[in-house]
Design a protein around this ligand. Structure first.
Ligand code: HEM
Length: 448
């Protein structure tokens, strides 16, 4: 079996003998146990070895640093020890120059420019596109006793991406771009990392080439201006000191951003719909507040009116965070929790595990949106207790966009539909790389 570069350890192997844990089998390490049940794997090790332990997956040696303090230490990275690029090396072939795959000053410079595309004025424009796209998309959904929500919302999110990020209207062109995009995303998480003929990675590499050429050809028109999609924003974006993206940077950033936005938003929307189908009282309560807004589509100025929606969203992101593990690579030796960790070590911190910490959350395995109410505010027990969007320099730049999209969707969806779970529903989810229901989440979808 070839896991190729994912199993190639990086850097010089320095001893980790003093760190508790086990590295598993030669070559394969603990990969199979980890893939079978990632959370169970880590919980068991934490109980056995304590909050800091080594393990071996994908051929590399990784040190897990468990807990909210560890998340804060690694993500805030005050000593500039940790490379995100080398941590996320799995994504390097398809998204080599995306924002998350840049480090330190280079990353900061790019992020400053990109920030211009997330200011209130462009966000207002995106909201209009989102609302129109959602209306079009859910208007075509057919009520059914077995409506597979996951593929439906995945398609819709992709269509919204084509329109809001790229400024494409629906049609054959968008369908082709979408397909390339589907291929690229599938390849980004493929086990086989070499672009061998017939492999997912080969399709992904081809898709990347197609997309970059396609984006590049559109740059002159987007630069000419007048459009309000994110692509146009990237073409015109300037940081405060006047820096801007060249053509190569525009296409790479766009390509990565589409990937970063897509499966994550799809995942959390699916968790929310599962939750509202599972807990009809929450569905009724959220619908009540949606109807109280009194408009078919949610306006940018009304975004803050959906307080219960917000609680369900926050709980969905706690309960099943779309990015449960965050990898980093220590460029320099560091000390944490009483251990000296040598340079050139892969490190893993986990919002997903911290979100289930009984010392931070009351009955963490319970889906309970009221834990985010003002009087309970369990998320305020630690600055890094709730970190579905990460933290520090690489904190999700699309966080507000994602929240806006979720609110806009829920607002329209609950006005027109109700959902319930079929009697034979089995709650089976794939935990990594991004959580998704193994059965597509069949729901009973009824029109209201
Ligand atoms: C619910 C939806 C989303 C979740 C849970 C999520 C989560 C995350 C997390 C955890 C990170 C940090 C990764 C790390 O530190 O290693 C991140 C980074 C990023 N996200 Fe999101 N994301 C979501 C939606 C979006 C959307 C909609 C966009 C774009 C519009 C986006 C664009 C990005 C980008 C560009 C980065 C890299 C930021 C940097 O390195 O400076 N994400 N996201």
């Amino acid at each position: 079996m070839t896991l190729s570069e994912t199993i190639r350890p990086q850097g010089t192997a320095r001893p980790l003998d003093h760190v508790p844990g086990d590295l598993g089998l030669p070559i394969f390490g603990n990969t199979f146990a980890f893939l079978k049940d990632p959370f169970g794997f880590h919980q068991q090790r934490r109980e056995q070895y304590g909050p800091i332990y080594k393990f071996g997956v994908f051929g590399g040696r990784t040190v897990a640093l468990y807990g909210a303090d560890a998340l804060e230490y690694v993500l805030m990275d005050r000593e500039k020890n940790f490379s995100s690029r080398k941590g996320w090396r799995l994504l390097e072939r398809l998204f080599p120059d995306g924002l998350m795959l840049r480090d330190f000053d280079d990353h900061r410079g790019h992020r400053r420019i990109m920030q211009a595309a997330f200011k209130p004025k462009p966000m207002r424009d995106y909201m209009l596109h989102l609302n129109q796209g959602i209306a079009r998309g859910i208007g075509a959904w057919a009520p059914s006793d077995r409506f597979e929500f996951y593929p439906a919302i995945k398609d819709l999110t992709l269509e919204l991406g084509a329109s809001v990020f790229l400024g494409l209207t629906m049609g054959p062109e968008a369908a082709k771009v979408n397909q390339a995009f589907v291929d690229e995303i599938a390849a980004s998480v493929a086990v086989l990392r070499r672009p061998w003929p017939g492999s997912q990675m080969r399709r992904g590499v081809k898709a990347r080439a197609f997309l970059l050429t396609y984006f590049r050809d559109l740059i002159p028109a987007r630069r000419a201006g007048g459009e309000d999609d994110m692509f146009s924003q990237f073409c015109q974006a300037r940081s405060e000191d006047g820096a801007y993206f060249n053509d190569d940077e525009i296409v790479d950033h766009l390509n990565f951003l589409l990937m970063a936005a897509h499966d994550t938003t799809t995942s959390v929307l699916t968790t929310m719909i599962w939750a509202m189908a599972q807990y009809p009282d929450w569905q009724d309560a959220v619908r009540g507040e949606v109807l109280a807004v009194g408009s078919e589509q949610l306006s940018y100025d009304d975004l803050d009116k959906l307080e219960l929606t917000e609680r369900v969203l926050k709980e969905a992101l706690r309960f099943r965070p779309p990015v449960p593990f965050l990898p980093r690579f220590a460029e320099r030796a560091f000390e944490f929790g009483g251990y000296e960790i040598p340079a050139q070590t892969s490190v893993s911190v986990s919002p997903g595990l911290v979100h289930m910490d009984p010392e931070l959350w009351n009955q963490p395995t319970l889906f309970d949106p009221d834990r985010f109410s003002d009087n309970r505010a369990e998320d305020r027990r630690h600055r890094f207790a709730w970190t579905p969007f990460g933290g520090g320099a690489h904190k999700c730049i699309g966080m507000h966009f994602a929240i806006m999209q979720v609110r806009a969707f829920v607002h329209q969806f609950l006005q027109h539909y109700s959902v319930a779970l079929p009697d034979d529903y089995q709650n089976r989810w794939q935990a990594i790389p991004i959580p998704k229901p193994r059965d597509g989440l069949p729901v009973i979808l009824s029109r209201r």
